[in-house]
Design a protein around this ligand. Sequence first.
Ligand SMILES: [Zn+2]
Length: 282
Amino acid sequence: MRPILYHKLGNFDLWILSDGEIWLDGGSMFGVVPKNLWSKLAAPDEQNRVRLGLNPLLIRTQDRLVLVETGIDRKPGEKFRRIYGLSQTSPLLDQLALLGVRPQDISLVVHTHLHFDHAGLNTSLAEGRLQPTFPKARHIVQKQELEEALHPHERSRASYLRENIEPILEQFETVEGEQEILPGLFVVPVPGHTLGMQAVELRSQGQRFAYTADLIPTMAHTPLPYIMAFDLYPMTTLETRKKMYQRWTEGNYLLCFTHESGHPLGRLVHGEKGYQAEAVWP
Ligand SMILES: [Zn+2]
C-alpha cells in the first residue's frame, strides 16, 4: 500500500490516500493498444492482469473535511476479491485514522462516478447490515450519473453495485454541469467512461489541481488513443480528452491520476509525440 502523500495547495491541505490496489485485465485497460506496446508500460501477471492503484483524496478546507471517492467495494466476498486481487480489508479507513479523521468527521464526499472501485466504502457491513460509512456526509454526484447507477443497462450493470448506492440515497445531492461546490473546489463534467462522470478541480492562490477521474486512469494512459475498453462512449472520451488536456496544460494544473499504482502526481506536457504525463514530486 502506498503511504499517504501530503500536498499544500494554496488554502487547501491535500492528502492523496490509498485504498490498496486492484488487478484488471490489461487488454481491457488499454483498449485498442496492442499488448506488445502496453505490456512495456504495465507488466501483466500470469492472468494478463495489470496492477492499478486506488487513490481517494482527503481535502481540508478552512472548516471542512472533504473526501473525493470512497475506494473499492470489498463486501461482495472472497471470490470477488480474488478476481480483482483485493486485500481483505480496506486501507482507506486506516489511513484516515492515522490522520486522526473519524468517518463522522467527513462532511462532504465528492464522487467522480459510482462504479464499485470508486464508491465502495459508501456503505459498510456492520452485524450483517449495510450502514453508511460516512453518516454525516452529503454525497455530491452528477444527476446523470446517479440516474444511470440506479437504472444500469446490461453493459454497465456489473459496475454499479446497488449496495453502494441505495442505502445512502438520502445522502446524495445531485449537480448538473460545472459547479463550484465550496470556494475554490469545482466539479467539471468529463463524459466518456460514463456520461455522468466528473473531474474535481481545486484553484487557490494561483495554484491549480485536478483529479482526473477515469478520463486518465494512469500516466501510461495519457496518449489520446490510449482509452480503456471499459469506457461506454470511447469517442466521447476522445473529445473530452482534447478539451480537458488543453485546459489542464494551459492552466499548468497539477494532476492526480486516479488509478496510478506508483507516484500519482504529474503534469501534462504537449510535445512532438503529442501529450505525455510527467511525474511531479511536490
Ligand atoms: Zn475506475
